[in-house]
Design a protein. Structure first.
Length: 347
């Protein structure tokens, strides 16, 4: 049953939502997407001790590709910018390995989401060299505060001060880079293309990693673990299409804060399944990181409003200059006609 639920849900939801600007509906869809992703992460964390990292990656890719292909009926999957798309997909496999290794070693789900909350802050820094964006002192300050929040979460010498935490931070940095490239790819490739080939890359990479992360059982595990992996892959495919739909009908600035809902779901699922209770420093650090990320988002919105206002002022100034130029040409033309009439005199 689990391997058919995402497709059925998409058939009910996706056709009913026209591509019109609807912020509230976009928020509802993206919250649903993050809920599905959190459930998929909990499923793979549960299955990892039975199958290992590489096998989980293979089945995630297989069922994720299948879900996307079925949901879009095979349309719009041909890539345009193949080298960049391939590089982004491979780097996302690095992110997957980082998180799967951490979960395999019993790193708490909620704590991993708290560390990953640094990804938007890392995006702020990466946008400077990659997108040519300017970051003022306010965003520099809030970004530094956000990374201080990450240190509160990890608490040097504390329970989470482990090598997996450093790996997760590297994964969050890589995730920030892939999101920057997603913005670049969106100009030429469809959302389903980006999501499909991201999941497709997990299959060959998973097979290549089998010697490093050997299977802990048969490649096709027992039925309950297999259904769990099927849910993992299809839920990922379904969630990525929900994300695409949400960003198509609502502004990015309105949707970005809801990425932090994974912290809530991670805490709830971690407690229900593994009895994980977040420590005070995890909660406090997560609050600091989220506050810094939301402030960066606010400053970006302010900067964009200022840029738009400056463009409007420039356009108006250009129109005034053009009107004046036209008036000068008309006056000169009228003066020229008057001079010719005076020179010809009465006939």
């Amino acid at each position: 049953m689990a391997d058919r639920q995402p497709g059925a849900a998409a058939a009910r939801i996706l056709p009913l939502l026209p591509l019109t600007q609807d912020t509230l509906r976009g928020i509802a869809i993206i919250v649903a997407g993050y809920t599905v992703i959190s459930a998929a992460d909990a499923a793979v964390k549960w299955a990892l001790p039975e199958v290992g990292v590489a096998v989980a990656m293979i089945w995630r890719g297989v069922f994720g590709m299948l879900a996307i292909a079925l949901l879009v009926r095979g349309r719009g999957l041909a890539p345009v910018r193949k080298p960049l798309l391939a590089l982004r997909s491979l780097l996302h496999c690095v992110v997957t390995v980082a998180f799967y290794m951490a979960w395999f070693n019993a790193f708490p789900l909620g704590a991993s989401y708290a560390v990953n909350a640094a990804a938007p802050l890392i995006m702020t820094l990466l946008a400077i060299p990659l997108l040519g964006e300017k970051v003022g002192w306010r965003r520099w300050t809030s970004t530094c505060v956000g990374f201080a929040g990450v240190m509160i979460i990890l608490q040097p010498g504390g329970e989470l001060w482990r090598w997996e935490a450093a790996m997760l931070l590297a994964g969050a940095a890589t995730l920030g880079l892939t999101r920057i490239w997603t913005r670049v790819l969106a100009a030429t490739d469809t959302p389903q293309t980006i999501a499909f080939w991201l999941l497709a890359a997990h299959v060959p990479v998973g097979f290549l990693l089998l010697p490093v992360f050997p299977p802990l059982g048969p490649l096709v595990p027992r039925w309950d673990i297999f259904l769990c992996l099927a849910f993992l892959g299809m839920a990922n495919g379904f969630a990525h299409l929900l994300f695409s739909r949400a960003f198509a009908i609502a502004p990015v600035s309105a949707l970005a804060p809801y990425e932090y809902t994974t912290l809530l779901w991670g805490g709830v699922l971690g407690f229900l399944i593994w009895a994980e209770v977040p420590a005070w420093n995890t909660v406090a650090g997560a609050v600091v990181v989220i506050a810094a990320g939301l402030y960066n988002l606010h400053r970006e919105q302010v900067r964009r409003r200022e840029d738009r206002a400056a463009m409007v002022r420039e356009d108006r100034a250009a129109m005034v200059r053009e009107d004046r130029a036209v008036k000068v040409r008309e006056d000169r033309a009228a003066a020229g006609r008057g001079d010719r009439a005076a020179a010809e005199g009465p006939r």
